[in-house]
Design a protein around this ligand. Sequence first.
Ligand code: SF4
Length: 414
Amino acid sequence: MFGRKKAPTAQLGKGDKLGIYIHIPFCRSKCDYCDFYSLAGREKEMDRYQKALLAHLNETAPLAQGILVDTIYFGGGTPSYYGEKRLRELLGAVQKLFQVEKGAEITLEANPDSVTLKGLKALRKAGFNRLSMGMQSASQEELNAIHRPHTARQVDEAVAAAKKARFKNLSLDLIYGLPGQTMDSWKATVEHALSLIPQHLSCYGLKVEEGTPLCARVAAGEQLPDDDLQADEYLWTVGRLARAGYPQYEISNFAKPGYESRHNLRYWLTQPYIGFGPGAHSDFGGRRYSFVRDLDAYIDGVLNGGSIIDNEELIPRRERCGEYLMLRLRTARGIEEWEYRSDYFMDFAPLEQRLMEFQVQGWAQKTPEGRWRLTPKGFLVSNQLIGDLLERQRQGDLADLLPKAREQYARQKN
Ligand code: SF4
């Protein structure tokens, strides 16, 4: 694994725990906006895929010996469409092969049309303890407009079944900026989601991704809600959810205290994780790598011994400190001077100076604990703000190098 021919040599830091991500690339049908690696109409490959995943888990597990796994995440695609029996078998294999911590967070992504009470009960019993449900909208017209595979009513039925099956950690995904959406219909979606009393909500702005049917529709002249409406929807949502007891902890994520997604937080806090499946990414042993976004190539590679690596790189220190800014500033936790200085040995002053300017604009704030974070208004323009800080960081790095270069030049001259 790691492409079978290359095994990582670097070890994790003392006390580091590990997350496991398993990608299930099957869907009942494709939604118009989706550019995830997911396939409709490939159900007949599910058994071979299962065999490949089990083999891959088996050969990877020895590399993670002695490391506690504290989060497991089945994402997709539509994991719930893969069938409860296969999911239980996979989770059982992970539990047997890896050292899974007691109380680990074990998430299953599900769509409302592919869950049943019986199946959910069996999954809960097998150890899944968090369900992330793709609701997207409470409006049937909006669901139709993006070709979601489920109805608005199925969302309510699926949530009721999840509660009956004793899932006590439920997340709902919503999308703002959908075709035909208005501020009022978005508010109705959020209010409906709140009435279902989830523990966690993810609210994503619709993005028109290259190569999707939605992209073709827009190219053919279809109008979508504009950026101003999306911004108003976003800012209203942050306030509404805070008042409802779901503080924002990341650009798109809101949770009742104690229900933040531990698995997703590890991406933003740059903690290690191993992924399985086509297109899955890993950050493990000082290396970042991803597998081919091709179901057949992945299955053949794993079962017949070929390489399945798409990309692999060792991450230099300078890139990690860029990641620190890029990922931590997505979170409400933000960044902090001593954390930055002690981890990356870099000067925080140029960044702080810029953050103070952002503060004047209402884009950033310093918390009473002395951390810098973006405000909801800042999150709206986070790409630009973080890009600006990265530029400062790069200049700071060069400034650090300048005295050394001068010294070296002087030595060579003498
Ligand atoms: S269900 Fe999810 S993964 Fe599947 S096509 Fe729709 S958005 Fe993509």
